[in-house]
Ligand binder design. Structure first.
Ligand code: FAD
Length: 546
């Protein structure tokens, strides 16, 4: 249901509002949205739950946390000054560096004066007569703004496993995405890591360096490939700086905004020798080249996918000494690249260390966490530290945790109970003046490139409204239906959509998220942007403006 012009009362004077726009979240999205709206002369307030800015790079302080995006393709691209001043020191920067970078940006753009930290938004209700959003904070405070932008992150609502007794453990326990600011020492300690997704892999290879004994609890293995990180010298950084226009141009052209792009050849169009040599070169190449730069059919054609999966399986067998452990580490339930590919540095070699043990919790499930460790169906374990690398309630998790109510008090959860429906991942009919940066069904990939696009599209729409003395924008239902159908169509034929993962909306640790849905847009970013550009160029006919 979209709002109609007749339904709307005359606009309330802006003087009755605390702000023009409230932004929720001070990660890359929120910081940039604040900057762009303030530039337009808006009064903006950002509410951020954390005690610092940076979002993902503020919360995820776990050992080993770093980019899979090439650092210089991830930073903001809009400011010559930021690009000129900031030096990345590694091809795939570690978390402390990215957190420093985002603090530098916040200072450089003087953003802090409009950001309130330690301020979690619990509810947001659209007031039709006032054409305003009323936002409630955890401490009970309320504020009103004309517009509301959610910049709450696609991967920012952490989930713990659904295991009995989690609160019983009497020693140190950490979730990777709520890692403390103080240093955690693993020196000589008995450590458990639960989870082997992208985060678990990064943490395990780091913790194994000092732990007295490390036990890894794996539900299902992932296809991990080498990151090949290395430092960036000053001279190299100077060289990179001169190529920034090319780097960002490339990111604009590729399907997922990475510097890597699909090889135009099909897997079976080349000779066996050529194929083998190409795959060896990809295995030796840095970053996601192996995932994003592979033959064009590897993620679509079952036979091609199986052949490449076999290639990676052999690499795992070569790297892990114990054949039984190697087999445990080779995925059997999904092909390469159909779930998020963790990038690793000596991850597989960790399992050759005498102080590391791998336990399959599919074979012997964890029954409960105990005061001193945990119990599987097979054994009792004692630990000094338990690390939960159990990820996030992805894509909609952070939105679900806010009581968002649009027209007629309809909650966002009610609106989406039959499945996610959006207009370009940015708007939802019946929720006027609500805009999502990195909402569901938007282009993801190398995310800041899509963030910059989303933020600027929202800025332009608000500029369009301001120039015409309009104060309401709501998506039309048919525009939502059309976009949602397009998203579904783009998901067809992709092997990734036949597999349980956060990308298909499945999280065994979250109630109600056991069934596969189309949780993300899997078309290309250029197609996404073309759609959004068309809407803007056509004068936003897909929206009701009033
Ligand atoms: C460990 C890890 C590594 C990653 N590596 C990469 C990578 O290499 N490349 C890549 O492209 N992407 C990567 N990502 C994805 C990453 O999330 C995005 O790149 C990017 O940081 C998203 O920025 P954001 O501002 O949209 O969201 P976030 O950075 O998640 O920020 C959202 C902010 O909103 C705040 N918030 C949420 N709800 C509320 C509320 N109710 N009230 C107040 N504040 C709230 C949160 O506290 C958080 O600070 C990674 C993610 C993780 C978790």
């Amino acid at each position: 249901m979209a709002i109609s012009r007749a339904q709307m009362a005359p606009p309330e004077s802006a003087r009755g509002l605390d702000y023009d726009t409230i932004v929720i979240g001070a990660g890359i999205s929120g910081l940039y949205q604040l900057h762009r709206l303030r530039e337009m002369g808006q009064r903006v307030r950002v509410f951020e739950a954390g005690t610092g800015v940076g979002g993902t790079w503020y919360w995820n302080r776990y050992p080993g946390c770093r980019f899979d995006s090439e650092s210089y393709s991830y930073g903001y691209s809009f400011s010559e000054e930021l690009l000129a001043e900031w030096d990345w020191t590694e091809h795939f920067a570690p978390q402390p560096e990215t957190e420093r970078y985002l603090n530098y940006v916040a200072d450089k753009l003087d953003l802090r004066r409009d950001i309130e930290l330690r301020s979690r938004v619990t509810a947001a209700t659209f007031d039709e007569s006032g054409r305003a959003w009323e936002v409630t904070l955890e401490d009970g405070r309320r504020c009103r703004s004309r517009y509301l932008v959610t910049a709450v992150g696609p991967l920012s609502a952490p989930t713990l496993p659904r295991i009995a007794g989690i609160d019983d453990f009497q020693r140190e326990a950490y979730h990777t995405a709520r890692w403390p600011k103080h240093r955690v020492s693993f020196e000589g300690k008995r450590v458990a890591v639960i989870g082997t997704g992208a985060t678990g892999v990064q943490a395990i290879q780091e913790i194994a360096k000092t732990a007295g004994h490390l036990t890894v609890f794996q539900r299902r293995p992932n296809w991990c490939t080498p990151l090949h990180n290395r430092p960036i010298t000053k001279a190299e950084m100077d060289e990179i700086r001169t190529t920034y226009p090319d780097i960002f141009q490339r990111c604009r052209e590729t399907a997922a905004c990475f510097v890597h792009t699909t090889d135009p050849r099909g897997t079976f169009e080349v000779s066996d020798e050529e194929r083998q040599a190409f795959w060896e070169s990809l295995y030796a190449a840095p970053g996601f080249a192996i995932w994003m730069g592979n033959f064009k059919d590897v993620l679509i054609d079952r036979r091609a996918n199986t052949l490449f999966s076999d290639f990676v399986a052999d690499k795992i067998r070569q790297r892990v000494v114990d054949p039984k452990v190697a087999e445990m580490l080779i995925p059997k339930d999904h092909g390469f690249g159909t779930r998020r590919v963790p990038q690793e540095t000596h991850y597989y070699e960790v399992y050759n260390q005498p102080n590391v043990e791998l336990v399959s919790i599919l074979e012997t499930p964890i029954e409960r966490i105990t005061p001193t460790g945990l119990r599987t169906t097979d054994r009792e374990f004692e630990f000094d530290i338990i690390v939960y690398a159990t990820g996030f309630d992805a894509i909609t998790g952070s939105l679900d945790r806010i009581d968002i109510r649009g027209l007629d008090g309809t909650t966002l959860k009610e609106r989406w109970k039959g499945g996610i429906e959006t207009f370009m991942g940015v708007m939802i009919d019946g929720f006027p003046n609500l805009f999502m940066v990195m909402g569901p069904h938007t282009a993801l990939g190398n995310i800041p490139r899509s963030i910059e696009y989303n933020v600027e599209w929202i800025r332009d729409l608000l500029g369009h409204l301001a120039a015409r003395d309009l104060t309401v924008a709501d998506a039309r239902r048919d525009a939502v239906d059309e976009w949602t159908a397009f998203v579904k169509e783009k998901g067809e034929g992709l092997l990734a959509n036949e597999v349980d993962s956060w990308m298909t909306g499945v999280n065994q640790n979250v109630e109600g998220k056991q069934v596969r849905i189309i949780a993300r847009y899997s078309g290309t970013a250029p197609e996404y942007r073309a759609w959004c550009d068309r809407v803007a160029a056509g004068g936003y006919r897909e929206l009701v403006l009033a």
